[in-house]
Design a protein around this ligand. Structure first.
Ligand SMILES: NC(=O)c1ccc[n+]([C@@H]2O[C@H](COP(=O)([O-])OP(=O)(O)OC[C@H]3O[C@@H](n4cnc5c(N)ncnc54)[C@H](O)[C@@H]3O)[C@@H](O)[C@H]2O)c1
Length: 282
């Protein structure tokens, strides 16, 4: 078994389910969040995810009693010293991530691998926040939401990542039931470049009155075989996050990723998707 004890930092949408998939695969998991209330909420959410999985026949009925106790809630990072791998899934903010990684670098063992679930920040830039000795053991692991259901992980080596660590991470992903692909450390990696090119064009279609968000989602599901349409996806993951990623892609690649004005209006109005009560769908 690769990475027997896994730490996760950030217990939001992504971190909580990253913890879950490692626990489901038999790992001891430590989960920390800056906000202890979010940590409790995460455990409640994970219980719901497992219940749903049992109802769908994905897991054995005793999964909740067996798997949830493998996840230890940690008020601080001090007891991450025995982790073989720590996956960071805090806010998409370079300063916040930098401070987490510099703390981890001090607290974990020399052998521990550090991974970031960032969607848009360069892995090599994040690796520069840890000591030079650690950089060969620093890597990107870009999971997809909902992590318990989405099979793909983009595995992203930074400039100094040891190829052996890349292999180890690819194999660890396979061991937890995921399908990894190796992707270069470029802005947006591979999937977000594809996804946002489509989201921007979908938003343009709405602006031009060609079709409604609901109908474009139907087109993507029934015409392209996507499991979910771009507007449902933006509503589920917060429109502001898509806007933020497009701004970053636009800075890197130019106007082909320029966010559409209507999207800025939606976010400006506070219509940020499901969590805010209104998004592309009311
Ligand atoms: N949401 C998605 O669909 C998605 C997909 C792929 C990657 N990502 C990336 O995953 C990361 C997490 O995204 P999310 O959607 O789970 O965000 P989220 O806002 O749901 O969760 C982030 C969590 O991090 C915690 N946090 C913030 N600062 C912290 C700190 N210093 N120490 C410990 N915990 C801290 C917050 O309290 C929060 O619970 C981001 O980098 C994001 O870009 C998100």
């Amino acid at each position: 078994m690769i990475f027997k004890t896994v730490g996760v930092v950030g217990s939001g949408l992504m971190g909580s389910e990253i913890a879950l998939v490692f626990a489901l695969a038999g790992r001891r998991v430590k989960l920390h969040d800056a906000n202890p209330t979010f940590l409790d909420q995460a455990m409640t959410r994970l219980e719901r995810v497992l219940h749903k999985g049992v109802d769908r026949g994905l897991y054995e009925p005793d999964v909740i009693d067996v798997v949830l106790p493998r996840i230890e809630r940690c008020a601080a990072l001090d007891n991450y010293s025995d982790c073989d791998l720590v996956v960071e899934a805090v806010f998409e903010d370079e300063k916040v991530k930098a401070s987490v990684f510099s703390d981890l670098d001090r607290l974990v063992s020399n052998d521990c691998v550090l991974a970031s679930n960032t969607s848009s920040i360069s892995i090599t830039t994040l690796a520069s926040k840890v000591s030079e000795a650690r950089r060969s053991r620093f890597i990107g692991t870009h999971f997809f939401s909902p992590v318990s259901r989405m099979k793909l992980v983009e595995v992203i080596p930074g400039l100094d990542t040891d190829p052996l660590i890349v292999d180890q991470m690819m194999n660890a992903c396979r061991e937890i039931g995921k399908t990894p692909i190796e992707v270069k450390d470029v802005v947006g990696f591979a999937v977000n470049r594809l996804l946002h090119a489509m989201m921007i064009e979908a938003t343009r279609l709405v602006e031009e009155g060609v079709a409604s968000p609901e109908d474009i989602d139907v087109a993507c599901r029934l015409g392209l075989g996507h499991p979910i349409g771009p507007f449902q996806l933006m509503d589920a993951t917060q429109i502001s996050l898509s806007l933020q990623v497009q701004e970053i892609l636009c800075e890197a690649y130019g106007d082909r990723f320029k966010p559409r004005p209507i999207m800025k209006q939606m976010v400006g109005a506070g219509y940020n998707g499901k969590k805010s009560g209104r998004g592309w769908y009311k």
